[in-house]
Design a protein around this ligand. Structure first.
Ligand SMILES: *Cc1c(COP(=O)(O)O)cnc(C)c1O
Length: 482
């Protein structure tokens, strides 16, 4: 991807790849979209992919592979033990991260499971810049407590801070001095902080945070699942790193850590995961768990074909033109929406664009799930599937009261290398139309509310007849066909 100045004066992202395999998409007429949304209980997780035009639900396991990755999959060495495929993946990881040991896992959360079981001591703390759902679950499962030490800017919806994922180093120092280094199992740093909008840390902050840990002999762990986006932002936003290659930045970051783990459903354009380890004793301790939970040491639950694809995908991650496609499209989307007065998280991060449903639909109370309602409305108006990240995604307290989320967000994920700019522009256009007609959008209520993970399976219905009004307005403005 490149950012090119057009003769018109516009600066737009331009694809530095061509499409060689296509998948046909369906854009159902609005009446059928309305029916599909009703059939899915106004929950985008329950839509059939065949009814979805642009799937912006997630960036996990749905990134596009390159011709080189597909070619590599053909030479995968299908051996249970000692496969040459493993050696190629291992060598690539040593080349990029410089750690002696590697354990493969079937995905990112499986690496977190192994990490939790080996490293988290009950009653200790695991400070992090911010939690990810599965990272937190595996720490608490082992009796540890997650502490989020994100800088104040990280939680502001709009900000000028370019590195909203930065660790609050002063808060970490205060914590260590208060509780003692022994009370901390390890410090986890999440690159491209997922749940606050794919926001990056600066190389300077990586350095400062890990130096403090070294000073106290505390183990440092990098969650590199969203590292690719973070690398792009360091190169483009951090003055001192402008002349460094992506590979140099990667090596500098990796040098700071004791352990690096990742979900290859995001990093490396494949599906899988793994843990890179510097210390032999820690490696041996974790190694014992791999055959028990994942698979033999040379595949860890992954298919060898995926492992070959990841090896090539990691190499492509070192190419700025390959990893900037997501961030540049997201920046385009965020800037376009922002310029039309649509409330979005700024500055743009990796992973996707995040619309602030609380400000988009100020007339819909949080009890009526504004982000869920907006996600449903967007599908009906466009066939675009996105994800609610707000109160619907929260869980009720044991006494049945419903906690309100800090933010009501609609996340439009942009899987890497998948969409074209005209598709992104279509999504922007339909969100703009919804914004013009936002007064028509009402709330939702549950008709079937599961006790756990209700956002995955729950079914809802619109309160009142707002969906009919929205469909009528759409027909008036944009016709019937699409
Ligand atoms: C997705 C993700 C994980 C979990 O990885 P899976 O492969 O989905 O299990 C962990 N950390 C971060 C930051 C992620 O984005």
């Amino acid at each position: 991807m490149a950012k090119v100045t057009f003769f018109s004066g516009q600066q737009l992202p331009l694809e530095m790849h061509k499409v060689r395999i296509i998948q046909k998409l369906n854009l159902l007429p609005i009446e059928q979209r309305r029916q599909a949304m009703a059939g899915a209980g106004y929950n985008t997780f329950l839509l059939q992919n065949a009814d979805v035009f642009l799937d912006m639900l997630t960036d996990s396991g749905v990134n596009a592979m390159s011709d080189q990755q597909q070619a590599a999959m053909m030479i995968a060495d299908d051996a249970y033990a000692g496969s040459a495929t493993y050696t190629r993946l291992y060598d690539k990881l040593v080349e990029l991260f410089g750690m002696t040991y590697f354990l493969p896992t079937h995905q990112g959360r499986a690496a977190e499971h192994i990490l939790g079981k080996s490293l988290v001591k009950p009653g200790t703390y695991v400070p992090m810049n911010y939690h990810f759902t599965t990272s937190k679950a595996h720490v608490t499962e082992m009796g540890g407590e997650v502490l989020e030490l994100i800088t104040e800017a990280g939680l502001a919806v709009t900000s000028d801070e370019l590195f909203k994922g930065n660790f609050d180093v002063a808060a970490l120092r205060a914590l260590i001095e208060d509780k003692g280094a022994d009370a901390i199992s390890y410090v986890r740093i999440e690159a491209g902080t997922n749940l606050i909008g794919g926001q990056p840390l600066s190389l300077a902050n990586f350095r400062e945070t890990t130096a403090l840990c070294r000073e106290y002999g505390i183990l440092t762990v990098l969650d590199a699942s969203l590292l690719a986006d973070n690398l792009h932002f360091i190169k483009n936003r951090e003055e001192q790193c402008r002349d460094m290659s992506i590979k140099q930045i990667t090596a500098e970051i990796a040098d700071l850590f004791d352990i690096i783990y990742f979900s290859a459903r995001k990093l490396g354009f494949g599906r899988g995961g793994g843990i890179c380890i510097r210390d032999e004793a820690i490696y041996k301790q974790m190694r014992a768990l791999i055959p028990m939970y994942e698979g033999f040491l040379t595949y860890g639950g992954m298919s060898v074909r995926e492992m070959e694809a990841i090896t090539v995908g990691l190499d492509e991650t070192m190419d700025e033109d390959m990893i900037n496609q997501g961030p540049l499209f997201i920046e385009h989307m965020v800037n376009e929406l922002d310029s039309r007065g649509i409330p979005v998280i700024t500055p743009a991060g990796g992973l996707g664009a995040h619309v602030d449903a609380m400000r988009f639909l100020p007339h819909v109370p949080q009890q009526q799930y504004p982000a869920g309602a907006l996600a449903s409305a967007l599908y009906i108006a466009s066939g675009v599937r996105c994800m609610e990240r707000g109160t619907l995604s929260e869980q009720r307290d044991p006494d049945g009261t419903e906690p309100m989320a800090n933010m009501e967000l609609v996340r439009l994920a942009l899987p890497r290398r998948v969409f074209t700019l005209s598709q992104v522009n279509y999504a922007i256009d339909r969100i703009s139309w919804l914004h013009q007609n936002r007064d028509l959008i009402g709330g939702l209520r549950f008709v079937e509310e599961p006790e756990i993970l209700r956002f995955f399976y729950g079914r809802l219905e619109p309160i009142g007849d707002w969906v009919d009004q929205l469909v009528d307005a759409f027909r008036r403005d944009l016709g019937d066909s699409l």
